[in-house]
Design a protein around this ligand. Structure first.
Ligand SMILES: NC(=O)c1ccc[n+]([C@@H]2O[C@H](COP(=O)([O-])OP(=O)(O)OC[C@H]3O[C@@H](n4cnc5c(N)ncnc54)[C@H](OP(=O)(O)O)[C@@H]3O)[C@@H](O)[C@H]2O)c1
Length: 244
């Protein structure tokens, strides 16, 4: 199969063996895989490594359309096929294309866990979200409003959710995913099927939308990673793997 792999000397698009699923795993024909700023810094202790940890595709055995955030401690999904633990797969939102569905899990689960699990956001609270047009931020703004919070740009705030890094605004509670910051809760998003089902329901009810900044073929992964590192994006950068 065709796969993108990160080596010591950069990204390469290569023919490699299609992986085989073990117990509790599913082989997925990848239709789209989204990428995240800074993610090439994550797997440096296990090169060569396939990047991208969110996909939408079709389970080879069942034919089901599925999507997921995949674990970070193993190969990602920027390839024609990926082996994914069954426990993290959820049915793809029927309203979304594969490209749109692949753009949701990382931003959706990160925003969900930041606001509700780590940030304890409650109805009526004021929340400030930095990087609000980015992959995580644009979902966080919608989820916060959906939960009855007020999304503000200044003034006193109950919760700050920082997706930008650098100087973090002050707030009663501060959660960040960009970098560890004194006084803020920093966490790493975890794949979670139940939360993905909640996001799917919001999408299918038209209460949550996903923005795709740009789509690149697998063979242009280098250009996709240049785009994801650039300023001024709106939403996610996606690798379109199968034609649909
Ligand atoms: N800890 C975790 O579990 C976790 C999970 C997901 C993501 N992340 C990290 O969280 C960060 C945000 O992810 P994302 O996917 O939302 O990224 P993104 O799509 O690149 O969004 C980042 C946003 O921040 C804004 N920004 C302002 N100053 C910036 C600067 N100096 N450099 C880069 N962007 C700046 C950008 O908007 P403008 O360019 O328009 O200003 C953009 O809207 C990334 O570092 C990512 O690696 C961590």
């Amino acid at each position: 199969m065709l796969a993108v792999r990160l080596h010591d000397d950069g990204l390469k698009v290569e023919e490699i063996a299609t992986p085989s699923p073990g117990p509790g795993e599913v082989l997925v024909r990848v239709h789209a895989a989204a990428i995240t700023r800074d993610e090439l810094e994550w797997p440096v202790d296990r090169l060569p490594a396939i990047p991208s940890y969110e996909l939408s595709g079709v389970a080879v055995d069942s034919g089901d359309e599925v999507y997921a955030l995949t674990p970070f401690d193993r190969d990602g999904v920027a390839a024609e096929y990926a082996v994914v633990p069954a426990a993290v797969l959820a049915p793809k939102p029927s309203r979304l294309s594969h490209v749109e569905a692949a753009a949701l899990p990382m931003g959706g689960l990160t925003a969900w866990q930041a606001l509700f699990v780590h940030g304890g956001l409650a109805r009526g609270e004021r929340v400030l979200i930095t990087g609000a047009s980015g992959g995580v931020g644009h979902i966080a703004v919608q989820l916060a409003r959906q939960a009855g919070a007020m999304v503000v740009e200044s003034g006193p705030v109950d919760l700050v959710f920082d997706t930008r890094g650098g100087d973090v605004p002050a707030g009663d509670r501060v959660v960040t995913v960009a970098e560890e910051t004194p006084g803020a809760i920093y966490f790493i998003v975890e794949p979670d099927r139940e939360q993905l089902l909640e996001l799917t329901a919001l999408v299918d009810a038209r209460e949550l939308g996903v923005e795709v900044d740009s789509v690149f073929p697998l063979t242009d992964a280098q250009a996709a990673f240049e785009r994801v590192a650039a300023r001024g994006k709106r939403g996610k950068v996606v690798l379109g793997v199968a034609n649909d």
